[in-house]
Design a protein around this ligand. Structure first.
Ligand SMILES: [Zn+2]
Length: 106
């Protein structure tokens, strides 16, 4: 019997509950300064880098995708927390869960 060599690789992924997301990291493409934004505390937009003042989010034509993403993330986390609370209190059930699947860092 001949052994068959395989080039198969294992893709390892992490699955995160959306309500476990504690921050979104915004990093400046110019000076690499990074800031962390808690989705639940997100109220204002970040138009420019707090360090070098490079333009980050341009609101002239429409809401930037990053701002839409953080808005949506906040709403999904709040909805998930309310549904989980209702399920714990026996007054409802969590109809679905939002989870993120990401590549495991190498
Ligand atoms: Zn910067």
């Amino acid at each position: 019997m001949k052994a068959i060599a395989s080039n198969m690789t294992m893709d390892q992924k992490l699955v995160l509950d959306i309500e476990d997301v504690v921050a979104v990291r915004l990093e400046c493409g110019t000076c690499k300064t990074a800031i962390l934004i808690s989705p639940l505390d997100w109220k204002e937009t970040i138009k420019q880098c707090p360090n070098c003042r490079s333009l980050w989010m341009d609101f002239r034509n429409s809401k930037p995708p990053a701002a839409c993403f953080i808005d949506g993330l906040r709403d999904v986390i709040e909805e998930a927390r309310l549904a989980k609370e209702a399920a714990i209190n026996g007054i409802g059930k969590q109809a679905y869960r939002v989870r993120l699947e990401v590549q495991r860092p190498s």
